[in-house]
Design a protein around this ligand. Sequence first.
Ligand SMILES: Nc1nc2c(ncn2[C@@H]2O[C@H](COP(=O)(O)OP(=O)(O)OP(=O)(O)O)[C@@H](O)[C@H]2O)c(=O)[nH]1
Ligand SMILES: [Mg+2]
Length: 682
Amino acid sequence: MTEVSATTPRCAVLVGNYTSGKTSVLEAMLHAAGAVERHGTVGQKNTLGDHSREARERQMSVEPNFARAEFLGDAWSLIDCPGSVELMHDAKTCLMAADVAVVVAEPEPEKAVTLAPLFKFLDDHKIPHMLFVNKIDKAGTSARAMMEALQAVSTRPLVLRQVPIREGEAVTGYVDLVSERAYRYVDGKPSELIQMPEEMKDREGEARQALLESLADFDDALLEELLEDVVPPPQEIYREIRKDLQEDLIVPVLLGAAEKENGIVRLWKALRHETPGPAAGARRLGVLETAGVGEGDELAALVVKTFHQAHTGKLNIARIWQGRIKDGLTVGGQRLSGIYQLMGGEQRKVGEAGAGDLVALARLESLATGDVISAKGKVEATLPAWPQPAAPVYVLAVQPEKREDEVKVTAAIAKLMEEDPSYAMRHDEDSGQMLLMGQGEIHLQLAVERLKNRYNVAVTSSPPQTAYRETIRKPTKHHTRFKRQTGGHGQFADIHVEVRPQARGEGFSFASSIVGGAVPKQFIPAVEHGVREALQRGPLGFPVVDVAVNLVDGQYHSVDSSDQAFKTAGRIAMTEALPDCDAVLLEPIEQVAISVPQSFTNKVHSLIAGRRGQILGFEAKPGWDGWDEVKAFMPGSEIADLIIELRSLTLGVGFFTHAFDHLQELSGKEAERVVQRREPVT
Ligand SMILES: Nc1nc2c(ncn2[C@@H]2O[C@H](COP(=O)(O)OP(=O)(O)OP(=O)(O)O)[C@@H](O)[C@H]2O)c(=O)[nH]1
Ligand SMILES: [Mg+2]
């Protein structure tokens, strides 16, 4: 591991769409900086990142990877975030530690749209970011088409800083548009300076002009120079780029191929020269105000990720924005004794950490992601712009394989939720099921695997039950006499009830029009109790709603009548009466709002139609340039796996929210299927 340098450490966070190559870029950066000896690859499962079992098995990042490196004397923390949209919450909270974000993208123009939600997040939070277009080694497309597609999803102007040099199909190097120098890629090593190829000159001149014009939009002096045909010196251009990046006015774009380490030293140098120090990030986040300290040396730190580890307990990853943190600090009633630097799966104990550093704080139980720490310990307030987890879009009913594990499962899921608040858990009263909710199939599979691997509890999972109801369409009158003679006291209750349907949503109501004490007052609540019990499961097998019951007459016996007898009579009366009332199934209808880039809106219309939905309308999504929001009513049963189809239709970027709206009659084949699937009473 490299030693920490004297300069203030900075933090770069690698983000981008799924499999764009972030973990590969991390590996290449670490190798180029000499922080790891061997350049591992994701395919060979020997990268520093993705060391967890779940990540290696999938060959994808399933949690952020943390590493440190020193490049040309500067200390850096690097965070490589998972790219899957289902794991986006981790990326968002880790971005709260960033001095700069490096968006790792792919060159194919059609993939650009997948970056839209991420760009929006970066833009909304004003996080300085650059774009590293990876996999340039297999790029068939022109840089121009690629830039156009990427620009369409970024509100900030993208500024291309390199043009690729091609030999036939292959990209063999690049021209740096600021220094106007040409380089040839050398795999696994820094690029070699070469003579600028003659045929590149026109293209280079054009691209350089575009770069200067973008910068001139934010600087009058530069604009004047351009108008007067004065060529600005490279130093001035670098200065402008640095200033504009730091103010989040532009997005510099660099090219490369992580697996071959092409373009990586260039990326490092851009980061080195242009990334602001932690004071800027602290201002952007308002972290000092939240910590209640002024600018200076007083401690202000922010927890951006929490891990629960089976043996070592809780680990909180914190960025120190200002001041120093030392062992011995009391946080939430506990004494801090364990500050670690992280290098992939390796942890190195250090007694303290200073401004700019990113460290793991061990065994502080009361601390969690989003917490701000000052010298007084954990601060009550949270950051104003702290990212909120997305509402769950996918649900599974989970059941421990061993019944006695129920408490263990609940406790373990609570830990998973602390690590990633975009999980949720709920006990469904209706079905008695424990529902685990999250951001998609992978997200929930991961939870199930982690329960097993880390907490040693095995659960089975199944799709959740839909909360069907039933109601009646016809009124009826019913007479029940309940009479039993068993030794000593007998039981006697006699009632006449009228049952009638109510309007949708009115629920259940019970009344009594008994006169003259045919059923004594004290027994009437027992009748209602019995009626309610019977309504828990109607003739179709589901809870009965929107029914009015009136107790109109009855008889009692001075010795044998009791609460129990009248309750039983109430239940029997309903069980016998309901089959005469033309029962009908009710299915929950939810209002959904589906958000997609406009090019996918038509697909969403057919998606809704295919799921028995009813479109209510669509409009441009506020705050989302080029996106629509389609509103529709959709049956609850169709929402369970909606996200899977929606993502597969929209390259993964579509998302939705939903809320119960009303119950609606369901008949025909669909209703028959539901009734048949209903488990028999046991
Ligand atoms: N051709 C080519 N393939 C690459 C390059 N960099 C990464 N890959 C491949 O792209 C795939 C994904 O690489 P990762 O580094 O795991 O991508 P990631 O962005 O970390 O993926 P997630 O974290 O799962 O989102 C792997 O199969 C890599 O081998 C590159 O420069 N060129
Ligand atoms: Mg990765």
